[in-house]
Write a protein that binds this ligand. Sequence first.
Ligand SMILES: [Zn+2]
Length: 589
Amino acid sequence: MDIHEILSALTRSKRSAWPRETALLLLYCLCCSALFAQTAKPDLVLHNALVITMNPNQPNAEAGAIRGDRIIWVGSEEDSQRLFRGAAQSDLRGATLLPGIIDAHTHLFALGQSLLKLNLKDVAAPEEAVARVRQKAASTPAHEWIQGWGWDEGKWASHYPSNNELSLASPHNPVFLAGLHGFAAWANKQALELAGINKDTKDPENGKIVRDEKSGEPTGILLNHAQDLVAKRIPKITLDQTKQALEIAAMECVRNGLTSLHEAQVTPMMLDAYRALIRERRMPLRLYAMLDGADKVLVEDWLRRGPQIDPAHQLTIRAFKLFADGALGSRGASLLEPYSDAQQTKGVAITSGPDVYDLTHRALARGFQVCTHAIGDAANHSVLDAYERALRDSPASRDSRLRIEHAQVLAPEDIPRFAKLGIIASMQPVHCTSDMPWAENRLGPRRIKGAYAWCTVLETGAHVPFSSDFPGETLNPFYGIYAAITRQDPHGNPPDGWHPEQKVSLQQALRGYTVEAAYAEFEENTKGSIENGKLADFTVIDKDITKLQPRDILSIQVLKTFIGGKLAFARDAHAVLTSSTERTGRHVH
Ligand SMILES: [Zn+2]
């Protein structure tokens, strides 16, 4: 009952001479209600929208009110106009308001670096990459490193290039071109020489220097840890450069409607940069950091300190990231049986089961979450075993929410273990549609049934947050939603979708990027849906996603991104201010 209803009830009560007790009671209600209205006066009312709340108790609405960084009211257009007359208004003109989209597995720093480096993401063949390096070398002082990023080590795995052309194109500069997924790099002769890599250099642990079959000379392709041999020769990036990379990447994220990220491998330098950017109000996004579990000093330091849960929900540090194996494309994913298209290999294990157990056991005791990258079925099996043992040996840790990042290829008997053990399967819809041209070659017809098997995992009752894993894939979340519901590439192939039985519903896809992603960072009471008391994080889009043909989801435009009630991005800044806002002279952030 609101004030107006109470007032009219009181008037009516006079006429009908209601008992005094009733009038007093009504008066009491009136006072309480007036008090509520006063404390709940919104800073901003978003209205004239289709609100998809992701709250099952009130799935749709037309307006919402914000006070500070929180949502204080969600309801109909009519009620919003009646209750909040005089408050600052933002007319969304029929746009669709979604809960702020959370990307549950990202590499913000790598995105920033990729925006600052030579971008090779769209090159179709090595010759094209070489041409870009040649062009870059022409304007780069001698001896300065040329760094590039984004050639597809999965696609090129069957015919890796050599360094000959690359070295000729850049005779005076060392060149290091990282692969799209971080599992291979392509270096020129100068770079190999600086790193002291020659015919006689042994492969490092968990790495491979690809060699010419006849001469035995290194070809310039370095797999997994062998990349470090060259990478460590590149001058270290400074704090200012790190901040610059993170800042431009964050702007790219808010333009794409993202409000929160789970950053999947955070170094001490990145932590310093995040903190500085937050202090300087240059970081609009909320960040959930997974600390680099391979950095022993960092791990010990944080195990001593314990988690840092930010009451302002800007930067929370309560997770470690481990790698159990590599990627499927470059045959670095660890499989139980040999690769179907390379019988001599089962891939590479990076962190062993006992090591995953050891860190998980210690992390649980200190209240940390562990997130382990596992692609191959052997890697997933070994991480599930390690987690199961650690959970059994840590009876105090009830709400552990251990995560497997990717959970890409699963043995059938391992699928129910996620739900059973409360382990989160953090999956990436676009990985499926990017990998589908070659994934079945690697795995064969039997194992492919347990690959990218979102529905099978969901049906067991497990939590499945969705994410992009950018910059390896696009950060546009609508490409992820499209991939999840169609299992088609952006051109609509294959016509029914690849292994179509694994397509999820739109509702499930949206949940993956909101409610489930919030759960995966222990924020389900604060984020993931539009309801009273939650953070005012919203993604405003131009079309009603529930009514679109799947292909049209790809052309959804983000109109605005709100984070904590503040406008972090507006496609058209002028559209934000309505006449009533202008009249009251209040500005929308
Ligand atoms: Zn990743």
